[in-house]
Ligand binder design. Structure first.
Ligand code: ARG
Length: 298
């Protein structure tokens, strides 16, 4: 039975009751040798076709990878593939999950854009080799679902926040909730520049989230406030042009973030977080930054 939480009261109760989930200890990244902007499927890509500096992209990617390695995460690398320039955004092709017995599962995405559909089997091969239980959405009921770009686990809790509107459909969350027996809070995205939930919503720890409010409906904002005691609001300019909310906080304390997010860094510091700046300038041209260049898993 799917559990979709639609009121602030339901969210608060579900979080109080939610079983705990371990913090992910590993990361999956796709190497960037074929990364480029070859087509336009989000507003950030406009004007950027053919402008990616491949050497700079490789360098930036390695710095991001090494940052996470320094936090003690085991980083797995999957080779990028020719003609799949967006495959480097490894948050999008799947949603991993660990059950209460410690068994590893994954749901494979159904990419929204035809340009990105062929990426998924390469990730699936990796999960197969690594003995994950692989699950699929029923394509008869679900037209699209873009993995952890839109579906984000609450920190250390078995509860999922699910964005929909541009790249993922509400039906996907019904199936995921049913398959994994996990409650889902759906958040409608209403601003094309914040086309994935991870562009405007960054879970920092069990009580704190960094969001860009204009990306959400009023109902969505109420649900977010019911789920987190501290809702840190990124100024729209830093969220839009520097992808401040596409940061990553793997351990509930250290935040890896695109450099230059001055106001957000100030707010993070005031809330007791440490920030670590990296440059993802080449990936911003494609509408992505730190969070979507990697996938957290167990
Ligand atoms: N160019 C890619 C796309 O539009 C960027 C994906 C970034 N991923 C993310 N989870 N925000 O699909």
């Amino acid at each position: 039975m799917a559990t979709i939480l639609t009121t602030p009261e339901q969210v608060a109760t579900a979080l109080a009751d939610a079983p705990s989930m371990p913090v992910p200890n590993a990361m999956l990244m796709v190497t960037p040798e074929y990364f480029s902007v070859d087509y336009i499927i989000n507003p950030h890509m406009e004007g950027n076709i053919g402008t990616v500096d491949k050497n700079e992209a490789r360098w930036e990617w390695e710095v991001v990878r090494d940052k996470f390695r320094n936090f003690g995460l085991n980083v797995h690398e999957i080779p990028g593939q020719p003609e799949l320039p967006d495959m480097v955004f490894s948050a999008n092709q799947s949603l991993p999950y660990i059950d209460s017995k410690g068994n590893k599962h994954v749901i494979m995405s159904i990419m929204h854009s035809s340009h990105r559909k062929d990426e998924v089997p390469f990730l699936e091969q990796w999960y197969r080799r690594n003995k994950y239980n692989i699950h699929y959405l029923n394509p008869e009921n679900v037209s699209d679902f873009e993995g952890m770009g839109d579906a984000i686990w609450h920190f250390k809790k078995k509860l999922l926040w699910g964005g929909f509107g541009y790249r993922s459909s509400p039906n996907a969350y019904e199936q995921i909730s049913d398959k994994f027996d996990v409650p889902v809070v759906m958040l409608e995205l209403k601003h094309p520049e914040f086309y994935h939930l991870d562009t405007c919503f960054c879970v920092l720890n069990a009580e704190s989230v960094l969001i860009c409010p204009p990306a959400f409906t009023d109902e969505g904002l109420e649900l977010i406030h019911a789920g987190f005691k501290n809702v840190i609001k990124a100024p729209e300019v830093e969220a839009r042009s520097l992808f401040a909310c596409n940061a990553a906080c793997p351990d509930g304390r250290n935040v890896v973030i695109q450099k230059g997010c001055k106001q957000v860094n100030h707010m993070l510091k005031n809330h007791g977080f440490a920030f670590h700046e990296v440059n993802t300038s080449e990936f911003l041209k494609s509408g992505g930054s730190v969070f979507c260049m990697k996938l957290m898993l167990w």
